[in-house]
Design a protein around this ligand. Structure first.
Ligand code: AP5
Length: 215
């Protein structure tokens, strides 16, 4: 079962994707993670990507579609979770064509809806484990033991360069201008489901599980 997680920066896409990996043996394809890996390479492409990400813009469709294309052919386990992809109509069309080639259409596009005020609070308090990428929040989602990752026991944590107010404002604008039209796109295809992302992490997860069980 292949699904898309849609939602603005900080909606909880990554948090929910990680639960689906554990609970349903699904495979997360996060273009944000792929691009963060690409930017750390000492290449012209890496420098370009870093510049765009830091100011909160969208990397070109060509680059991200290429990254997804490379990964889609690999083993899928219990299905693919597209996290942060697609973000434009061109990317959505490309995804549909790629999945059609593999004979595995999307089962659902799940919109996680959160208002802007909550997003600012979430992004400014977010940090992740440097070893395994588990996502935490200063106030709402700290590890059980301070300074130790619940998932892997790691003790180093990182904050993202684009998690600042100015970049977030730009990321939100990009979301409303270029990505939110995908809500209508998937609604028209009859596979859109919307969940309230303001609820607790476990409650959002339960709503997503119910969508997957119905799909
Ligand atoms: P990307 O990495 O995809 O970032 P994003 O979409 O901005 O989303 P985030 O990772 O910021 O948030 P999230 O929804 O995963 O929230 P999380 O679970 O971490 O993209 C980064 C950049 O890469 C883009 O700006 C762009 O430049 C580029 N890019 C990526 N994909 C691209 C594409 N397809 N095309 C072009 N460019 C692309 O949660 C956030 C915080 O909230 C955490 O601290 C968490 O603990 C907390 N939290 C989560 N859920 C809850 C809850 N229910 N209640 C309370 N707190 C919660």
């Amino acid at each position: 079962m292949n699904i898309v997680l849609l939602g603005p920066p900080g909606a909880g896409k990554g948090t929910q994707a990680r639960r689906l990996i554990t609970e349903r043996n699904m495979v997360q394809l996060s273009t944000g993670d792929m691009l963060r890996e690409a930017r750390s390479s000492d290449s012209e492409m890496g420098r370009l990507v870093a510049e765009v990400m830091d100011r909160g813009g969208l990397v070109t469709d060509e680059i991200v579609i290429g990254l997804i294309e490379e990964r889609i052919a690999a083993d899928h386990g219990g299905g693919l979770i597209f996290d942060g992809f697609p973000r434009t109509l061109a990317q959505a069309d490309a995804l549909e064509a790629l999945l059609a080639q593999h004979g595995e259409p999307l089962a659902a596009a799940i919109e996680i809806r959160v208002d802007d005020e909550a997003l600012v609070a979430r992004i400014s308090g977010r940090y992740t484990c440097a070893s395994c990428g588990e996502v935490y929040h200063d106030m709402t989602q700290p590890p059980a033991k301070a300074g130790v990752c619940d998932a892997c026991g790691g003790t180093e944590f990182i904050r993202r360069a684009d998690d600042n107010e100015e970049s977030l404002r730009h990321r939100l604008m990009e979301y409303y201008r270029k990505t939110s039209p995908l809500i209508g796109y998937y609604h028209a295809k009859g596979i859109l489901a919307t969940v309230d992302g303001l609820e607790k992490v476990e409650d959002v997860a339960a709503k997503i599980a119910a969508v997957l069980d119905r799909a």
